[in-house]
Design a protein around this ligand. Structure first.
Ligand code: C2E
Ligand code: MG
Ligand code: MG
Ligand code: MG
Length: 292
């Protein structure tokens, strides 16, 4: 009976809704305790220079190992942490941990490695952001030029006058800036020149079909060309196939990141990559990648 089923569906829907609201509240609460319970860790994903095949640096990616649910995706908990403001404390932990780890890599004999840290909108709005970062650099001993901050378009396109000022202050202390997920937001290419950034990261949604979808291909080419004409470097994220790598190399993309080279891995695996006992698959970059 359709009518009855209809009524049951409504009931079910309401139950499901309250269940998801309850889950969210529980997760929010667990998130509040997570830092104190040491449930966070960082994984690191290599950034590979296309023309040398070298790992120039790594991107730190936050992982939450929930006591009952196991790994919770940052796509799920980072927005929650932003809504509740907890991302500020968590983000500070991420910065400190990533800088300390990178300083340790430098001390172990790999003095050129850079680390990229994702910074959320809420963190970026904190008036203390620049001082906090300067303090963390001083305390960990990491030179500022080895820290890169990844900001999304949403972060720097906020309708506020002091955005450019904050970016300039960050540049002044010596860190580099990357525009993450480029192409997914509402900024135009020419907008880029207003911001004192160093790297443009082309969003993985464009890279995915780069070899089959002509508009993704021409968009990616245009972003690389525009980045270079503004003196910026182009990085492609989500590179998974040799075909994608070949396209990016041919069009002079500077750096690549993706499962083709490595998933985000623990600092221990990065140690092994650095000392040469674990060789990234793309240490044999195809011939077409050796351009210079
Ligand atoms: P993002 O900064 O754009 O990071 C790239 C995401 O793509 C990561 O997901 C990474 O694991 C994934 N990825 C890398 N290579 C490939 C690939 O070849 N194929 C596919 N399909 N995916 C790939 P993850 O680690 O789940 O992080 C998701 C997002 O969560 C990040 O996007 C970033 O926006 C946010 N996030 C992660 N860590 C932090 C953090 O410490 N602070 C803040 N504020 N946000 C973070
Ligand atoms: Mg990122
Ligand atoms: Mg990204
Ligand atoms: Mg992303």
């Amino acid at each position: 009976n359709v009518k009855e089923r209809g009524r049951n569906d409504v009931q079910f829907h309401t139950l499901a809704m309250s269940e998801s609201v309850r889950q969210r509240a529980t997760l929010e609460n667990d998130l509040r305790l997570a830092l104190g319970r040491s449930e966070f860790r960082l994984d690191y994903q290599p950034k590979i220079q296309v023309n040398t095949g070298r790992m120039r640096g790594v991107e730190a990616l936050l992982r939450w190992d929930h006591p009952e649910h196991g790994l919770v995706s940052p796509a799920r908990f980072v927005p929650l942490a932003e809504d509740t403001g907890q991302i500020v404390a968590i983000g500070e932990w991420v910065l400190r941990t990533a800088c300390a780890q990178t300083q340790a890599w430098h001390a172990a004999g790999y003095p050129d490695l850079t680390v990229s840290v994702n910074v959320s909108a809420c963190q970026f709005r904190q008036p203390e952001l620049v001082d906090t970062i300067a303090d963390i650099l001083a305390q960990t001993g990491l030179e500022a030029r080895y820290l890169d901050l990844e900001l999304t378009e949403g972060v720097i396109m906020q309708d506020r006058d002091d955005v450019i000022e904050t970016l300039r202050s960050l540049k002044k202390i010596g860190v580099t800036l990357s525009l993450d997920d480029f192409g997914t937001g509402y900024s135009s290419l020419s907008y880029l020149k207003r911001f004192p950034i160093d790297f443009v990261k082309i969003d993985q949604s464009f890279i995915h079909d780069i070899t089959t979808n002509p508009s993704d291909a021409s968009l990616t080419k245009a972003i690389i060309t525009m980045a270079h004409s503004l003196g910026l470097k182009a990085i492609a994220e989500g590179v998974e196939t040799d075909g994608q790598l070949g396209f990016l190399a041919k069009h002079r993309c500077d750096e690549v990141q993706g499962y083709l080279f490595s998933r985000p891995v623990s600092s221990t695996i990065i140690d092994a990559v650095l000392c040469g006992s674990f060789v990234l698959p793309s240490s044999d970059l195809p011939d077409h990648c050796h351009l210079h």
